[in-house]
Design a protein around this ligand. Structure first.
Ligand code: HEM
Length: 427
């Protein structure tokens, strides 16, 4: 990695700092600077492996679609420090991953495991969930209407709506949802003092031991579900996973558990952040609210714009399997790259006024769901859930405004609105 491509230390620190994502402006300022001045540069800081920060939309796509050349599983699939990596490897006997989900796999395993649930997630299959999801959405809209014109939209609607949907498809009973919500937050926001796990693990909640304890809790919980679905198969996703076969052999327990964890976690926080992002966007840009209110045909556009504007998955990592070149930069075998989706989705080359929330934006070729072989499995489900919620909510929502200062989670991997106090009139 040529030192000539190094990124100024303060900019590199900002992009990697969970707090900067909580504050939002610093990280978008840093990304804007990088796209203009050093779109594929090296973050070289003490305690981390030198890392390419990929900030332009075109470069993120080019890397994401070459899955043989850029692997997801050879190194950690999410950003970590040298110390974090060493601890994981010590615990796992050399693997850089605490779980083995689709996200950490490459060919030949990845397509086999993906095939297991791929057809379940196709639009024609998930359409059968439309009525159940609409019922859950209506209950949330009714609840919002009952709150007397003020609520914290994150706490009162956005957190529980997708959680209930995902738990429904995984067959988790409603009374266990609070526990699942807590575990998801602990996994994704271990650095956020308000969301992190209360732990006596050495090193605290955001240490590897803290995360390991959270994962162990997930595993313990889903073990019961697997056993139940093996004994009595249904037509839910939990049944597909529990009875899945890879190369003719039953899926291993560890991998089945990992599959539940990825679906439960990937399917929840991301969708709730995007749902809250839509409300945040319409509060910050009242003309967006007026436009969607006047024209319900804009609801799918609202959904896509909320996902782009929020970009709940801030990054995934790749490592090069051979020497290559991207965006005029020579990438060497084993180099580590961070795909900065939150930057690609604000790329001026593709998006007009990228910081502005515009439900009418068309086309809206955001890459919030990634691209290539790992393209989000749940994208149709996420968009369907959000569309249904806003189809139920918008006709009844007559006014909308902030009722206090909103805040975002301090997380550099998955995050979004944490508190969203709003004032509204509903029929
Ligand atoms: C707005 C909501 C969502 C966003 C922004 C999002 C984002 C992403 C991204 C960026 C990836 C790519 C990972 C990579 O390239 O390494 C991904 C993969 C994945 N997502 Fe989502 N996701 C969302 C909702 C969901 C939902 C609702 C589910 C399931 C119910 C889900 C399940 C998955 C799974 C299983 C993968 C792994 C696919 C693979 O590696 O082959 N996601 N998601």
């Amino acid at each position: 990695m040529d030192a000539a491509f190094d990124i100024p230390t303060d900019i590199a620190r900002t992009v990697l700092d969970p707090k900067a994502y909580g504050a939002d402006t610093p990280v978008h300022d840093a990304f804007r600077w990088l796209r203009a001045n050093n779109p594929l540069g090296v973050a070289r800081l003490e305690g981390i492996e030198p890392t390419w920060l990929v900030t332009r939309h075109a470069d993120i796509l080019e890397i994401s679609r070459q899955n043989d050349l850029f692997h997801s599983g050879d190194k950690s699939a999410t950003f970590t420090t040298l110390e974090g990596d060493a601890t994981v490897r010590a615990m796992t006997g050399g693997s850089p991953h605490l779980v083995r989900t689709l996200v950490q796999m490459d060919a030949p395993d990845h397509p086999k495991y993906r095939l297991l649930t791929q057809s379940w997630f196709l639009p024609q299959n998930i359409r059968k969930l439309e009525d159940d999801i609409r019922e859950i959405a209506r209950a949330h809209v009714d609840h919002m209407a009952s709150l007397g014109g003020e609520c914290d939209f994150v706490r009162d609607v956005a957190l529980t709506f997708p959680l209930r949907v995902i738990m429904h498809i995984l067959g988790v009973p409603q009374e266990d949802e609070p526990r699942m919500l807590k575990l998801t937050q602990e996994l994704f926001s271990p650095s956020d003092p308000e969301l992190a796990r209360e732990t006596d693990a050495v090193g605290g909640a955001d240490s590897v031991e803290g995360l390991q304890a959270t994962i162990a809790d997930f595993f313990m919980y889903f073990k019961q579900i697997t056993d139940a679905r093996k004994a009595a198969p249904g037509d839910d996703l939990a049944t597909v996973i529990a009875n899945g076969k890879i190369d003719g052999e039953p899926i291993s327990e560890f991998e089945a558990m990992s599959y539940y964890v990825i679906v439960a976690t990937a399917g929840h926080d991301t969708t709730s952040s995007s749902t809250a992002g839509a409300i945040w966007g319409m509060c910050e840009y009242p003309d967006a609210f007026a436009k969607v209110k006047a024209d319900p045909a804009l609801i799918p556009g609202l959904v896509d714009e909320a996902i782009r504007w929020t970009t709940p998955v801030k990054h995934f990592m790749r490592s090069a399997t051979a020497d290559t070149e991207v965006g005029g930069r020579k990438i060497a075998k084993d180099d580590w790259l961070m795909l900065c989706y939150a930057s690609g989705n604000r790329d001026e080359a593709l998006f007009d006024e990228p910081d502005v929330f515009k439900p009418e934006r068309s086309p809206n070729k955001h890459l919030a769901f990634g691209y290539g072989a790992h393209l989000c499995l749940g994208q149709h489900l996420a968009k369907m859930e959000m569309r249904i919620l806003f189809e139920e909510l918008m006709p009844r929502l007559n006014s909308l405004a902030f009722a206090g200062t909103p805040s975002r989670a301090e997380a550099n991997f998955v995050g979004g609105p944490k508190r969203l106090p709003i004032r509204y009139e509903m029929t």
